[in-house]
Design a binder for this molecule. Sequence first.
Ligand code: BJW
Length: 254
Amino acid sequence: MSAAPLPAELVTRLRAARRVAVLTGAGISAESGVPTFREAQTGLWARYNPEELATPEAFRRNPKLVWEWYAWRRERVRQAEPNAGHRALVEIERRVPEFTLITQNVDGLHRRAGSHNILELHGNLFRAKCFSEDRPVESWPDGDESPPRCPRCGGLLRPDVVWFGETLPAGPLRAAEHAAATAEIFFSIGTSALVYPAADLPFKALATGAAVVEINPQPTPLSPHVTFSLNGAAGEILPALVARVWEPGGQQRP
Ligand code: BJW
């Protein structure tokens, strides 16, 4: 049962919708045991601020530290499984004719859950690229060197993610902006809505007349602007929404 009541108008509009776009952030993976970006880190990493590690300057200063932070995060994600929130988005994609899943997450859990039309705006933890040449590498040696070296030029490898001050991949960003501007319903799920240009997407959707739905247990800077605010965990609210909209017998009594 959902923590928040599901507005009847949202249920009706989602049932009829032909174009839906969804923006996800770290909160959707929280119920898989993956820490969100801005929550306090634990263990070895507790004394570091993630915003100060996710920059090219941090990598230049201390490439080993930054590489090892990402190696630690990769390991945590490897041990995690997609949760009910990820799976509910797979169900929505099956039912809506044009569905775009825009994610800021680098954990790959949407794909592992079975989503198809995914735009990864901030890259992926499981890929690496050369810091000097800015070109992806197919694989890298898991040997003594940290970070490993680029097999082409011998430069340092870095995770293929988008750090602060770097531009987002142009194709996925353009596609995300198009999906936001043409959606009838736009969901912002599990994101603090602080980081641009992703944080601008719900406003692009609002500007073209979409209903914007936020799912988050905490208010964000987007909250005052949304059409429907569902306060609670994505892993509870999304399956309840799918059941209510599409499953016979999933209709809630008023
Ligand atoms: C739950 C839950 C549950 C918990 N269910 N919910 C305009 C204005 C001001 C600044 C800028 C601007 N345009 C650009 C900038 C600069 C900068 C920026 O936005 N800074 C802001 C911080 C102010 N942006 C950039 O630099 C971007 N580049 C760019 O714009 O290039 C051109 C340019 C450059 C310079 C100047 C101007 C233009 C690049 C941004 C790249 C962000 N990269 C990161 C790291 C990726 C790799 C990694 O993971 O290490 O992406 S930062 C980090 O934040 C990560 C995330 O994807 C991103 C968003 O975080 P997210 O997902 O929202 O996570 P949290 O932890 O913040 O929030 C979790 C939420 O979940 C919370 O709200 C919880 O309540 C909720 N939650 N449990 C549902 N169960």
